[in-house]
Design a protein around this ligand. Structure first.
Ligand code: 5GP
Ligand code: MG
Length: 178
């Protein structure tokens, strides 16, 4: 099995490029079908979703826009912990159909924050499109309409996802070895 080392950790290939691209094409076909006649606004969440967004958009046949947003996190003054804010939402999404492109939904807390923020801009609709989902880790109720791949509760890297900033530049997805 092909393995890589990033810093102090070893990772083994768990989802090869071919399977990733097959599932990305499947999700794109679902969006093309569901959004026929519409002009959706894709919002890709940086940094992790950059490769997924690029491959997905190449398969989208609809008239569409894509914009990129980033999240800032900082410690709140109170015990609420980390607060995430969507920054860089430069476009007006009022009354428009929005599709969020994310790399991975783990506990779902990040996505819940993104949804809450975007809803204040009164879009026509919001759908979630995630490359990866860890169903066993989900802690909040989320309606995830598009998901390319479901994975177990392991730490993964590659195809946009990082370990300590490294490892985003691989074609395959790797799982942390025990
Ligand atoms: P959540 O808020 O859903 O718990 O976490 C979402 C964020 O945690 C993702 O956007 C991602 O940055 C990070 N994350 C969760 N699981 C993994 C993982 O297995 N690998 C990497 N590289 N990041 C992860
Ligand atoms: Mg992310």
């Amino acid at each position: 099995m092909e393995t890589i080392t990033i810093k102090d950790k070893n990772f083994a290939v768990s989802i090869p490029e071919k399977e990733i691209l097959r599932q990305v094409a499947r999700v794109a076909a679902e969006i093309n079908r569901d959004y026929e006649g519409e002009t959706p606004v894709f919002l890709a969440v940086l940094n992790g979703a950059f490769l997924f967004a690029a491959d997905l958009l190449r398969e989208i046949k609809l008239p569409c826009e894509i914009h990129f947003v980033k999240l800032t996190s900082y410690q709140g003054l109170h015990s609420t912990g980390t607060i995430k804010e969507v920054i860089g939402l430069a476009t007006d999404i009022t009354n428009r159909p929005v599709i969020i492109i994310e790399d991975i939904v783990d506990s779902g807390m990040t996505m819940a924050h993104i949804l809450n923020t975007l809803r204040t801009h009164n879009p026509k609709s919001i759908d979630i499109c995630t490359l990866l989902l860890k169903p066993g880790a989900l802690k909040v109720q989320l309606d995830i309409r598009y998901c390319a791949l479901e994975i177990p509760n392991d730490f993964i890297v590659g195809y946009g996802l990082d370990y300590d900033g490294l490892g985003r530049n691989t074609r395959d997805i790797y799982t942390l070895c025990n």
